[in-house]
Write a protein that binds this ligand. Sequence first.
Ligand code: PEP
Ligand code: MG
Length: 832
Amino acid sequence: MSDSPLTPQLIRLGCRPAGKEAAIREAGAMLADAGRIAPDYIDSLLRREAVANTYLGHSIAIPHGMVEDRSLVLRTGVAVLQIPDGLEWNPGQRIHLLFAIAARSDDHLVMLRQLTRLLQDEARLLPLFHTADPAELIAALEPSVADPLPDGEAQDLDHGQEWRLDYPNGLHARPASLWSEAARRSPARLQVRHGGRTADAKNLLSLLQLGLRHGDLVSVSARGPQAEAGVDLLLKAMREASLAEQTAAAIAAQRAGARKTVGWQPAGAPLSLPGVAASPGLAIGTVRVLAGEQLQVPDRPISLAEGGDRLHQALADTRRQLSQLADATQATLGAAEAGIFRAQAELLNDTDLITLSCQLMVAGHGVEWSWHQAVERLAEKISALGNPMLAARAADLRDVGRRVLLQLDPSLQTRASTDFGPDTLLLAADLAPSDTAALDLSRIKGLATAHGGPTAHTAILARTLGLPALVAAGSALLDVADGSPAILDGDAGRLYLNPSDADLDSARDWQRRQRDERDKQQAQRQQAGQTADGRRIEIAANINRPDQAAAALDAGAEGVGLMRTEFLFLEREAAPDEEEQLATYLAMQQALQGRPLIVRALDIGGDKQVPYLNLPREDNPFLGMRGARLLLSRRELLEPQLRALYRAAKAGKPLSIMFPMISSLKEITRLKGLCEGVRKELDAPQLPIGIMVEVPAAALLADQFAPYVDFFSIGTNDLTQYALAMDRQHPELAAEADSLHPAVLRLIRQTVEGAAAHKRWVGVCGGLAGDPHGAAVLAGLGVDELSMSPNDIAAVKAMLRRHDHARLRELAEQALACDSAEEVRQLLEGLA
Ligand code: PEP
Ligand code: MG
């Protein structure tokens, strides 16, 4: 133990050095007292500070002596000062931990590697700033179990148990993240071993690299504080994920079996490449093979401290960029699509990635080169495991890695050529989600990738963009000659090459019929929303800004059923004041020319974060201070908004106010009280006040809430997430979090009944309203208004116009009796 660079004698807790020099001298004296250095080395530590910045980031500094003074180091050692109150190291850089390094050779690197790993793991790092137990510091800096051991030498830690993996798809990203989250809750070091390979259980990518398959026997072991409890905790998480994994696999198998066989069929038997259907539709065009882009990243060595600083900054900038991209995607495409970029940001927290980069920097490489290598090495390892679900994560890793690289050096921008001809069918090995989101849809008509999977983010985006796509067609796809004519069938997942004239004719004919149907819907989009027998269903738009109103009306909207005002607060440095909000609401009224307008009060929290509001971090933001709860606790946000709304109503046309995330009557009465106070003060007219039904509690108590509100609007996005306990942003659960789940439909039915008892009207403004099949069931359940993205209006109106209300009521009854969303969808498939 005494040969270890860090011993309890070299740790001093609760220090209060007078300044930087005093801190370095104190640590140097500890090293000297422990016989690690000759006292003159303390001057060498101080000289280094004059020529380099040894601040590593995350409140850590690593002073170390000059290379030429190595002879003054007697034995490698590291002295640690814990400074709970913090110490200014350089202007603007405060530290809580100081690691003074005296290195004879490079035998301190193992510890440095562990230190860099800790840098990105706040949950483990922050407690070290205040711990009263030196053993915790030693444990945190011990060589990681993920440090490679030669094959066959992998050993378990002190306490272990075995378990056989029973996940049908093996260990993929979702359950692995549950394992690592559970492991991080334990203070012990936790390891998972399979044969001769081990993984740090707290590290997602490390776990994934084990490549575990169904039936593999793993050994879970731990060392350090509460080791046995740590093993139990991890095993519990592993077992708990089993049921969800088995259910997901069963549903996927059922879906694959139930896949429709109707669709376009070629007239002849053209040569075709099979893939996996990823986004429906038929595209005819000319193939363009996108050559794999080989990035040449130069190696420009700099000091470790500078490299660490730059990497830290680039990671922070990329996180911010991804969060903005997620907000923008949420506004344009939807919450599930936005979740893709939020999940990518998670990858940036991976400690293996950071550690590998830092190690390469420690070995003398430049920061850009080191980061690029780390990303490539990890992505290759993941891809090589041969699991399609993991292959998708490798693509995400490369995508996000490229973003960081561009932050480090913007000149590395080597975007794939964008000079695509008209009617291009794009073929690529894989396509990054951010490239997919940026495709020029006026030229690109279809997308096929050699790798990837239908659940990969690229496929999800293609579906949202309405771009026919297939994935996982294998490397033969890349051998297709550029310029070949082809037909891409996104329903069947096939690429037909060099089709005959007859095939082209029949494909065009099929496209024409589809287009005709769409055109017919478009031509009738201005007709009032109603069923075939004339039952009126008001059709409104979900828009956020006045400049979107004209397009919404043109799309057939009869008003605005949901104006999400939080978008006025996003992507800016400070909240809009009362005057600015007033101008916006007046402009919206003006644009709607007296049509109904429902303005939703600020709905912040959960998936919608506004950095400048400095809301406290929550472990479960979706179950925390969001929506109405936040409005009631932050009056300085709500009151200017209410004043602006009542002033707009007084000066202009009427409008309605709606409150999000209501779960109790107390919230309703308090919010109404605040509205009334503002109204009286301004001598403004009474406005209809409604609530969103997004929490099962509100649906179940709708009959009790109804006397107190003027209307209900059901937010099926949140209602589904809370009823099914499925994160609405979760990329892998997105397909399962289906609002047509009978449990959600029953909550809607209960809301409608509760409202009807008091003659209140009910609208739906969540995503289900814009799905023609969903709209049909909602109309059948007795909903009065449907509010949706303007793009969905024509198809929804057409669907309602085709059916009598009695038929829709009957369907709704049948849907309520189904036992799964799949069954409901099958029931509705016949609804033309
Ligand atoms: C909903 O939850 O369905 C809803 C319309 O609100 P948002 O999507 O803005 O949370
Ligand atoms: Mg909501």
